[in-house]
Design a protein around this ligand. Structure first.
Ligand SMILES: Cc1cc2nc3c(=O)[nH]c(=O)nc-3n(C[C@H](O)[C@H](O)[C@H](O)COP(=O)(O)O)c2cc1C
Length: 284
């Protein structure tokens, strides 16, 4: 198991699933010290004990290895007939044999639905299964995302700041639970960042902005990084680098190319040649 690798499992197989869009946003809200890994479930044949001999069903073995490699889970489930999808239940079954590959991990469970109840039934059924799998879910906040079809703009971004802030609270609680269960000590970022479409930022207790990076959509599939700001009192603590790393992960999640326009962003990419593949054009 690698600490801070977070497996993200989406219960819908649909290409444009709302659950997938929510999962991507949750990955974006994780601290940069966490690495989100999407674990697909759509390739898993239906579980059948008769077929479960070592290496007979390679998709099951791969899935189990992927579970073994993560130290926490984010599970986003749609609601099918007041429960989880058959695909998600099948994934739980596959991962539970021949020994339990889910066990002892912390999990964040989020249900979604275009309906008002936000997939409450699915969420509770997932939690019920997690008990026997010995997975510890975040108890509160409970997240039942209703009217999920109205949440996203054309860039698959959640524009309501209240919703983003609620999801951030859920992620923060998950991070704390992960720290408690894994006794990981290396998860701290220099500063706790928030996200809104177009920027990552932090405020102090007086609600003043003390760190900010702006990353506006530019041409199709491009992101313009035109401002990096860190308050005097925070300089020398790696905050600017943390801001830039959040933008980089955001670009990776949403398949965007970066245009570094501000001085800091240009200097960052000069210092990190491995990240230059994300640039819209070579550095001049
Ligand atoms: C087989 C099936 C059963 C469904 N049952 C429910 C349900 O019980 N409650 C609900 O809120 N929506 C239900 N829906 C509607 C789904 O919430 C909706 O299709 C949603 O977009 C699926 O999630 P996704 O966008 O992540 O794929 C059902 C959809 C399907 C295909």
């Amino acid at each position: 198991m690698k600490l801070n690798q977070i497996g993200i499992i989406v219960g819908s197989l649909r290409k444009s699933a709302y659950s997938k869009k929510v999962a991507k946003q949750l990955a974006n809200l994780l601290p940069v010290t966490f690495n989100p890994v999407f674990i697909p479930i759509d390739q898993l044949p239906l579980y059948n004990t008769d077929a479960d001999e070592p290496n007979t069903v390679p998709q099951w073995e791969t899935f189990r290895q992927q579970l073994d490699a993560v130290s926490g889970l984010i599970i986003v489930t749609p609601e099918y007939n007041r429960s989880m999808s058959g695909a998600l239940k099948n994934a739980f079954d596959v991962g539970s044999k021949r020994h339990n590959h889910w066990k002892k991990r912390p999990a964040l469970v989020i249900s979604t639905s275009p309906g008002a109840a936000g997939g409450f039934g699915a969420n509770q059924h997932v939690r019920q299964v997690l008990v026997t799998l010995n997975v510890t879910p975040v108890q509160r906040p409970e997240v039942y995302l209703g009217h999920v079809n109205q949440l996203f703009d054309a860039n698959d971004q959640i524009t309501q700041t209240e919703t983003l802030s609620y999801l951030q609270t859920a992620i923060d609680t998950f991070v704390t639970l992960h720290q408690q269960l894994t006794q990981a000590t290396n998860i701290d970022e220099s500063i706790h960042l928030q996200f809104e479409p177009g920027r990552f930022f932090a405020r102090n207790d007086h609600q003043e902005i003390i760190a900010e990076i702006t990353c506006e959509p530019h041409q199709q599939n491009e992101l313009l990084v035109d401002r990096t700001y860190v308050a005097e009192s925070l300089r020398g603590q790696g905050v600017a680098s943390q801001l830039m790393q959040r933008v980089i992960r955001y670009a990776q999640l949403y398949n965007l190319k970066i245009i570094p326009e501000c001085t800091y962003a240009k200097a960052y990419f000069k210092r990190h040649p491995d990240d230059q593949g994300l640039l819209a054009a070579p550095l001049t």
